[in-house]
Design a protein around this ligand. Structure first.
Ligand SMILES: [Zn+2]
Length: 91
C-alpha cells in the first residue's frame, strides 16, 4: 500500500465503486473498458472482482452459503480505500 501513488489509489477506489455495476453488465462501455484495464494491472482489484464474482455465483445459485470471510475482506478493502482517498498521506 505504501508503494502506491495517489492516482493509483484513486483508480482503485473508482474501480471498487463501479465494480458491482460492471459485473452486473450495467457499466457503460467506457467505464467497462477502464475497469477491464485496471483489473488486468491491479492484483488487489483483480482479487476484489474475483470475490464479487464468487458471491454473485453463490447468490445466483440460490444458496445462502456466502463466504463470510470473503465478505468481510471485501468490506474492509473498500473501507481502507475510502479512508485513503478521504485522508491522503502528506507526501
Ligand atoms: Zn486497483
Amino acid at each position: 500500500m505504501s508503494l502506491m501513488t495517489l492516482p493509483d489509489v484513486v483508480r482503485c477506489y473508482r474501480t471498487s465503486r463501479a465494480l458491482q455495476r460492471y459485473l452486473d453488465g450495467e457499466a457503460d462501455e467506457r467505464t467497462a473498458g477502464r475497469i477491464d484495464e485496471h483489473l488486468e494491472a491491479c492484483r488487489r482489484c483483480g482479487l476484489n472482482a474475483a470475490t464479487y464474482r464468487a458471491i454473485k455465483q453463490v447468490l445466483h445459485a440460490g444458496g445462502s452459503d456466502v463466504d463470510e470471510l470473503a465478505l468481510r475482506r471485501l468490506r474492509s478493502f473498500n473501507r481502507s480505500l475510502a479512508e485513503i482517498v478521504v485522508r491522503p498521506d502528506p507526501a
